[in-house]
Ligand binder design. Structure first.
Ligand code: NAD
Length: 291
């Protein structure tokens, strides 16, 4: 079997198209576009690239993008004061604080200060709790995008064996909650898991979110499985250049899986598209309309 390679770029473009339509409807009704504000503290190069990409995508769907770039030495009190102002600003529908934050700032405290109704990353304890107990929530963007691709591939996943590798609060745990909500039988593997290969071999759905290049070997994959590779690892090539690669041995898995996401071009583009969808949903919710 040769897996169907899921085109995350194309799927994300379709989702962004849906969001752009929703934005036009929002503008027609409310006379203004939804607004997403991104807060970046410090000058981490990768974070600056992510923030730039998010701003561009936000503008492309017709929403208002604003950025607050603060110096690396910014204190926690100043950042919390900015969050309070953004929480109170009716033109701001979504607030995203780019992580990581400098060492003098406690990220958990800052995230918890974001109004849950504007928490388009879905990282506040309120939204994480709502997701955990099956209430409507703003859901973290990366697992949301993964779920869309899984549903596209498999349709109804009730009863399917799903393996989530990684238990972070931003990917692994919410991914497991989303799959559980759709009645998959979910296993979470992590750094202490014994015999990862045996877990992978049982899984109809594998979501790898670890950060270890090619941890998941192709030969482990159950024939026909849907494999979603969240990992984004930059590896050195013999010629001195670098390239991005995932947590899954793509070539090996291609021969056994039913569906597989490439890295790059799979999960990454979907993450940004889901951020835009969350911002539109937050804006609609502020006005009491359905998302
Ligand atoms: P994290 O470091 O917070 O968590 C990694 C998890 O992997 C931990 O729960 C750990 O227990 C588990 N783990 C470590 N070694 C393991 C092993 N040998 N076997 C099984 N589990 C093991 O990472 P994260 O923030 O969840 O991100 C994971 C990966 O996904 C990273 O490569 C990151 O760059 C990528 N990522 C991509 C996107 C995207 O949009 N494409 C978004 C978020 C994260």
């Amino acid at each position: 079997m040769t897996a169907l390679v899921i085109d995350g770029k194309a799927r994300a473009a379709a989702l962004r198209g849906d969001v752009a339509l929703g934005v036009m409807q929002f503008v027609a009704v409310h006379g203004r576009a939804p607004g997403l504000t991104v807060v970046l503290v410090g000058d981490d190069a990768a974070s600056a690239v992510y923030v730039g990409a998010k701003g561009k995508a936000t503008r492309e769907v017709g929403m208002i993008s604003s950025e607050h770039r603060l110096p690396a030495a910014t204190g926690q009190a100043d950042l919390l004061a900015l969050i309070a102002r953004l929480n109170a600003d009716p033109a701001v529908d979504g607030i995203l604080v780019q992580l990581p934050l400098p060492a003098q700032i406690d990220a958990d405290t800052v995230i918890a200060a974001i109004d849950p109704a504007k928490d388009v990353d879905g990282f506040t304890p309120v939204n994480a709790g709502r997701l955990a107990i099956g209430q409507p929530a703003l859901v973290p963007c990366t697992p949301s995008g993964c779920l869309i691709m899984i549903n596209d591939a498999l349709g109804n996943i009730s009863g399917a064996e799903a393996l989530v590798i990684g238990r972070s609060s931003i990917v692994g745990k919410p991914m497991a909650a989303l799959l559980t909500a759709q009645s998959a039988t979910v296993t979470i593997a992590h750094s202490r898991t014994r015999d990862l290969a045996a877990h992978v071999a049982r899984a109809d759905i594998v979501v790898a979110a670890v950060g270890v290049p090619h941890l998941v070997q192709g030969a482990w994959i159950k024939p026909g499985a849907c494999v979603i590779d969240v990992g984004m690892n930059r590896i050195a090539l013999p010629d001195g250049k670098t390239r991005l690669t995932g947590d899954v041995d793509f070539e090996g898995a291609l021969a056994r899986a039913g569906w597989i996401t490439p890295v790059p071009g799979g999960v990454g583009p979907m993450t940004i598209a889901c951020l835009l969808a969350n911002t539109l949903a937050a804006a609609n919710a502020h006005h009491g309309s359905a998302a």
